[in-house]
Design a protein around this ligand. Structure first.
Ligand code: LRH
Ligand code: MN
Length: 427
């Protein structure tokens, strides 16, 4: 399903006057604070988030899966659905593929299709947490950390194959997340597991193209429930440093034990120049993969506050970050869920760009704790939605993407095209 820019502009017509008024009002208010609204609108317009190819259908839990209807059952249809989100939001200009869930049968054709929708290929993800039908050795007890060399070599070869597929699509980064771990004390030798993992990552790294990066994603638990080899940011950092300057840590917001101070982890990794990127989502308890900003929007703002500070004080030359969503949709329409996540990410970024950092740093020097909070929350409590709408409008996106999605009756149109029973590969 394609939605033309004209149709979107027609729909925007009735909201233009109100947008001009709210944007004009905010621009004046920000100008009084010495903040240039135009600069922020430009930052937002340039800000592109990668959509996960594995989250365009209904996800599931071990207790069940409820199809969304009209789900994409091919990579081509997934690219089309991301194209749909991108033309409405103008901030979803990339896709992150998961291999083998989404192996392109014809990379050149897929590249052209993605290009026609203005979509680039961000990180490609390897998968050594599931066995494939034609696989020789099982990953049941591990992959890069497995005690058997043959299993490790099979997993290394898979990662190198994923790099080859990524190169054919123009991707320049590999994300490695390992489920490897144990569910019972005595099951694994922690040191051997970590040494195997380090050596295996170094072998994969040795074949990384010069202009590529490797992202090492950590997670404290699940699918195993006693230990995970790459359990936290520190382990990811030592493994990245053990590989070299093209290896970085990937922060999945859902991969932290309750009450972890994620914004402090972000500040630390940026100080080290080792922050590669994000898997944005939200969670209340575990790796819930919920809509970004739906549970802890203030934490997301505080994370972006550290990111903006880090980007403006980048002594360690941390490279540009990979912005990616990693979510799973059990209740909401997958595309509406992703549109809401994109909005939440832009909101947090725009609010963080409003923080009066010089005044905040002065308050910190003066130990004026109250003023410090006042300065942060003044930015957080600013309604920045006129700025995000303006960024979309200037790229012919929809003023209100969810309203547009519904007025174009997208889900029913996809069901008419694809039927109710199609299932998207992924989680
Ligand atoms: C693991 C994870 C990882 C993926 C998978 C889809 O929980 O976050 O990023 O490979 O989800
Ligand atoms: Mn993830």
């Amino acid at each position: 399903m394609i939605i033309s820019k004209d149709k979107i502009q027609d729909l925007n017509q009735k909201g233009l006057a109100e947008q001009a008024e709210s944007f004009g009002f905010l621009k004046l208010a920000l100008d009084k604070k010495g903040v240039d609204a135009e600069t922020i609108v430009q930052h937002l317009a340039d800000f592109q988030v990668a959509i996960p190819s594995w989250a365009l259908g209904a996800g599931g839990t071990r207790f069940g899966r409820f199809s969304a209807g009209g789900e994409p059952s091919t990579l081509e249809q997934k690219i089309e659905d991301i194209g749909l989100i991108h033309c409405l939001t103008q901030t979803a200009g990339a896709v992150s593929l998961h291999i083998p869930w989404d192996i392109p049968s014809d990379p050149e054709a897929i590249k052209q299709l993605a290009d026609s929708h203005g979509i680039a290929f961000d990180a490609v993800n390897s998968n050594t947490f599931q066995n494939q039908a034609d696989q020789t050795f099982s990953y049941k007890y591990g992959s890069l950390a497995d005690r058997q060399q043959a299993v490790r070599e099979q997993a290394i070869a898979h990662n190198q194959e994923v790099i080859r597929i990524g190169k054919a699509l123009g991707s320049q980064s590999l994300t490695v997340w390992l489920a490897d771990g144990a569910s019972f004390p005595g099951q694994n030798n922690f040191r051997k597991s970590l040494q195997h993992t380090q050596r295996a990552l170094q072998e994969i790294y040795s074949e990384l193209p010069a202009d590529w990066r490797m992202f090492i994603e950590y997670k404290p638990y699940e699918p195993y429930f006693y230990s995970t080899v790459i359990q936290d940011w520190g382990t990811s950092l030592l493994l990245a440093e053990g590989c070299g300057e093209k290896a970085f840590c990937l922060v999945d917001l859902g991969h932290h034990l309750p009450n972890t101070n994620i914004e402090q982890i972000v500040a630390t990794l940026m100080m080290k120049g080792k922050l590669g990127g994000f898997h944005f989502n939200d969670s209340k308890y575990g790796d819930d993969d919920l809509t970004v900003g739906s549970i802890k929007p203030y934490q997301l703002f505080l994370i972006f506050n550290e990111l903006v500070y880090g980007m403006n004080n980048n002594e360690a030359n941390n490279p540009p970050l990979a912005w990616m969503i990693d979510a799973s949709h059990n209740l909401k329409d997958p595309l509406e869920d992703l549109i809401q996540s994109l909005e939440a990410i832009q909101l947090a970024y725009a609010q963080a760009l409003l923080v009066n950092t010089p005044a905040l740093e002065e308050a910190q020097i003066q130990n004026d704790v109250v003023l410090g909070q006042e300065l942060l929350q003044d930015a957080y409590r600013t309604d920045v939605r006129p700025l995000i709408r303006e960024a979309r409008l200037r790229r012919q996106g929809a003023l209100d993407p969810i309203a547009a999605y519904r007025s174009f009756d997208v889900r029913n149109e996809l069901v008419r095209e694809r039927g109710l029973k199609t299932v998207a590969t992924g989680l």
